[in-house]
Design a protein around this ligand. Structure first.
Ligand SMILES: NC(=O)c1ccc[n+]([C@@H]2O[C@H](COP(=O)([O-])OP(=O)(O)OC[C@H]3O[C@@H](n4cnc5c(N)ncnc54)[C@H](O)[C@@H]3O)[C@@H](O)[C@H]2O)c1
Length: 398
């Protein structure tokens, strides 16, 4: 039997059967959206993706995109992610089980699927993808970049850079809560140094995305008209000191500038690149960011009350149906970004979320914010708390 082992909003294990059940449930949801998405593509006169490469494919937004491409659009997919394999006595990371379940589901549906477990920042991984694509005669018409990583080794120099979730300028104090106990605490974070900001841009900015697109194009494995997108976040005032105005925000600005450069690069063969600004959701990456967790739980309360709630998969299915396959061109904001955070950033949503966020105390947390929903999504991301899974049954890690 495997029970969740959670420390400081980090879950240290995963449930193999639960991860598989979650991937199957997401695949079923994507299938049930396929008619609407394919009709949108037809009306817009746009082709469905045939071969999608997802870099960061195993969890969160990357997994949701891969599932949407495969089961809603019928695309063959290649995925790259870095996940820990299970041992006999130690669980693998959720993404390892998700990838296995994805490959099984795709093959059962007759869709091409190949997953590479390797460091996406390494040139050797790019070479492996290119070699595989050539061997299979594949050309990617869609490349999705969805990495969230704390470290990156620059392949040119071998130097390791570490990203920092820190404010810029002044120290910052904000509130967070423990996902298991609901206990609230204050966290103070010293500002990032200039070197830490630069390192965060190195890890989470657009440099690696650009290296991927150039390498794939130069190797001739991008189809004409190839579209590429990466994911960003903006968020409200309440989280801006730690997120958009912090070191990670500088990285996201860099990613967004890279999209403009890549758009022009890909346009020579009829392609495009965009950043999609997604809404805040609970993923392995977002649950550990102080203040963001409380904000997300307050946002969930509001968006569920207003019947506007979306998870990763809802967001990605809507990205295809209403943005990529919009009639008359992909709608973008003044900076050329696709806005999937339109509902999150609505004035009424932000006003209500801010009220819940400010009013939350340890005593009223479960009422004031969506603690139960946050907890469920957090557990689900590790294969726990999923309907239909027998958590009392014996399972093996492998
Ligand atoms: N979670 C949110 O609320 C949110 C909101 C908007 C945008 N985003 C953005 O979406 C993107 C994905 O974030 P997520 O929240 O889905 O994260 P996640 O942690 O669920 O997924 C990260 C993925 O990156 C892969 N990865 C990490 N390091 C790697 C490496 N060295 N080599 C290969 N693969 C590696 C992981 O295996 C995993 O597949 C990020 O750019 C993030 O900023 C997230």
């Amino acid at each position: 039997m495997i029970k969740p082992m959670i420390r400081s909003n980090l879950c240290l294990n995963a449930h193999p059967a639960g991860c598989a059940a979650m991937v199957d449930a997401w695949a079923a949801r994507a299938r049930s959206s396929s008619a609407a998405i394919q009709t949108a593509a037809l009306h817009a006169g746009k082709p469905l993706p045939r071969t999608t490469l997802v870099i960061g494919c195993s969890t969160g937004y990357g997994l949701a995109t891969r599932i949407s491409a495969a089961f809603a659009c019928g695309a063959g997919t290649m995925g790259v992610s870095l996940e820990r394999e299970p041992g006999d006595t130690k669980s693998g990371t959720p993404g390892w089980y998700n990838n296995r379940a994805f490959d099984d589901a795709a093959k059962a549906a007759g869709l091409y699927s190949h997953t590479i477990n390797a460091d996406a920042f390494a040139d050797a991984t790019r070479a492996e993808v290119i070699e595989r694509a050539r061997a299979e005669g594949l050309r990617f018409d869609q490349v999705v970049y969805s990495l969230a990583s704390p470290v990156r080794v620059d392949p040119a120099t071998g130097v390791m850079y570490r990203s920092a979730l820190k404010p810029i300028g002044e120290p910052f104090t904000g509130r967070t809560f423990d996902v298991v106990t609901g206990a609230m605490s204050e966290v103070s974070i010293q500002p990032a140094t200039d070197d830490e900001v630069a390192a965060t841009v190195k890890v989470m900015g657009g440099e690696d995305w650009e290296m991927w697109i150039h390498a794939l194009a130069e190797a001739g494995v991008l189809a004409p008209g190839c579209q590429s997108f990466a994911y960003s976040y903006i968020g409200p005032e309440n989280t801006s000191r730690i997120y958009r105005g912090g070191a990670i925000g500088k990285a996201k600005e860099h990613l967004e500038k890279t999209a403009v450069a890549l758009d022009s690069y890909l346009s020579t063969s009829g392609g495009h690149a965009w950043v999609a600004v997604n809404k805040a959701v609970v993923t392995r990456a977002s649950a550990v960011i102080p203040v963001v967790a409380l904000y997300v739980a307050a946002l969930f309360r509001t968006m569920k009350d207003l019947d506007l709630h979306e998870d990763c998969l809802d967001q990605m299915l809507r990205l295809y149906e209403e943005r990529l396959f919009a009639s008359g061109g992909v709608p973008v904001d003044e900076a050329g970004r696709i806005r999937m955070d339109d509902r999150e950033m609505r004035t009424d949503v932000q006003e209500s979320t801010s009220r819940h966020f400010m009013a939350a105390t340890e005593e009223n947390l479960a009422q004031e914010v969506d603690l139960a929903g946050f907890r469920h999504d957090f557990l689900e991301a590790h294969g726990f708390d999923i309907d239909g899974v027998d958590y009392e049954a014996d399972v093996t890690y492998r």
